[in-house]
Design a protein around this ligand. Sequence first.
Ligand code: KG4
Ligand code: ZN
Length: 362
Amino acid sequence: MPPKPLTVLGVETSCDETAAAVVRGLPPGPGEILSNVLFSQVEEHRPYGGVVPEIAARAHVEMLDGIVARALGAAGLALADVDAVAATAGPGLIGGVMVGLVTAKALALAAGKPLIGVNHLEAHALSARLALGTAFPFLLLLVSGGHCQLMAAEGVGRYRLYGATIDDAVGEAFDKTAKLLGLPYPGGPAIEALARDGASRRFEFPRPMKGREGADFSFSGLKTSVRLMAKEQAPLNATDRADLAAGFQAAVVDVLMDRTSSAMRRFRTEFGNQNRELKLVAAGGVAANYAIRSGLQAIAQEEGFSLAVPPPALCTDNGAMVAWAGLERLQSGLIDPLDTPPLARWPLQDLDKTGPNALFRY
Ligand code: KG4
Ligand code: ZN
């Protein structure tokens, strides 16, 4: 008999989105998203130009019960109908993570369902399987507000780190650059929109780490040179701002292409064989950017990889990716105890060290 599809409720509260979703399916996917409800706190944080942890945690407390009820309602299910309850257990802003995890624990306990504490980065990593059914292994470029890394994804819980940022995450660079150009938070979409009208070659910004061996990144120097250039050009008119945004984005695309091609070469030597397709997956909020997607498409073609990127709404934080990661772990028998702790820091490459999450977390 073929295995029965699983149905999982997922909760996401690690940053500034309060989200819950119900997903059904079986690995490797694609999964069926029965509901995907999201409340973005962007308006609450905008006056501060970034996420304020205390405001975020309080907003999660206020919103989460209603969001979970709506996610179940939109899926046409009761809590008794799901196979497990999953929530992001880290990494993230600890107050928010606590709110989501404790809510999931209460729901799991009340309904007698297994709990799954999901690593937020693994949820991003597996989002291409949810959306497109991408099989392991694949090269993963994870680009978000808090992370920028290249890894080989070998299986659920099995990630080999190839390189990471030595300073700012790429999303952070977008957000900080946006702020200094007077753009609203979050900066990524604002820079992307402004860059469309800009001349990317007017300002030549540095390409940190380009051409270096390995797959590490650095973005703080790039951000600084945009700041210095903006100062030199001040007062900025609309054209200056668009040209600065376009120059910055072009440098980011160039660096991501260079670092990813370097990782592709390593991935080929470690995982390539004649009858296996080489795959690059891009995930995380920054992978919603079309200039970055097309740069990655170009190097994928050059290096003989296929590119899989989830639709933008599954790249930025959402509940469906957490439900799906929970579903994949449930299918592998990886459930967690009710005393699973929330974690502010939790690197993806440590996930497989001791198998089931909870054992190694203490
Ligand atoms: O994955 P995500 O929603 O949250 C984290 O886990 O960090 O990523 C948020 C980041 C923010 O830095 C945001 O500015 C960036 O993703 N982002 C973008 C775009 N959309 C979101 N960056 C560049 N271009 C975009 N279109
Ligand atoms: Zn994220």
